[in-house]
Design a protein around this ligand. Sequence first.
Ligand code: SAM
Length: 279
Amino acid sequence: MTALNREWFDNLFDEDTAKVWHDVLSFQCTLFSPGEIAILKELGMSKESGPLLDLGCGIGIYSRELKKHFPGLEIVAADTNAALLRRFEADIKRLRLCGIRVAKWNAGKEPPPPEVSKCRSALLSVVLQHNQDPKSVLVALRKSLPSRASVFIIDEDDGLVLSDPSCAAFKKVLDAFSTYQAAHGGTRTFGRQIPRLARQAGLIVDDARICAHASGTLGLEPLFKLFKLALPLIVDGSPHGLRREAAKELARGLDLYVEAHGDHCSIIFPKVIVHAVVP
Ligand SMILES: C[S@@+](CC[C@H](N)C(=O)[O-])C[C@H]1O[C@@H](n2cnc3c(N)ncnc32)[C@H](O)[C@@H]1O
């Protein structure tokens, strides 16, 4: 996965990389989904929202979490990355998960699979920040979902991150991810763009919220653990990738901050959540 100007997830992952993504996305969902799903409910997501298109489902962890909160919700889980989808399909079989269909789709670049036109809602969780042309994905949804369908978009924006006392180590970690992601045409300041791009794509923007994931409620160590788990994903020999030693150094910086401040600090890592509607 070193080719510049290719989107991160357009590259076929080897099994080791897919396994790291599995661990990162699973832990991320455990940490963040309770706060996010509470907001999705406030914004109107319910068990009647199905069939729901979980676009960019990855290994399907978020789909599985939604099924717990909305029993009976039918899900169409789509992704462009075959290695991640394969893992999800294996889990569906192994765990005998019902009501989830998997489809391969590179949204914005390929025509939609036929089941998308039947979906009454869509969720995009941490998907659009990885796309070189996120508006084309939203346009594809506006054109392929039925009228009045809901589109829920959750994404990160590093510009909203707060720390007290100031945490230079966390800033360095986020900068390393930002450099890697930008080389693939993505951005880690995507949250702020969502309402504008959704409107430009022809969707009606109904509401926009901020979900403040805070060390005070989640715990500082779990919050930093997520980023330490993810660091190996940007270790490679490319000019924009991290060297293994540099990754260790960044992880060590987070550990030192925890040792120095323990409970006497506060980190807030917010995400933007938008509800838009197909006209
Ligand atoms: C960071 S993962 C998030 C996975 C999952 N939504 C979650 O929150 O756990 C981003 C996923 O979006 C997928 N993705 C990115 N752009 C996509 C596109 N245009 N069409 C389909 N899948 C896409 C990637 O392949 C990857 O699996």
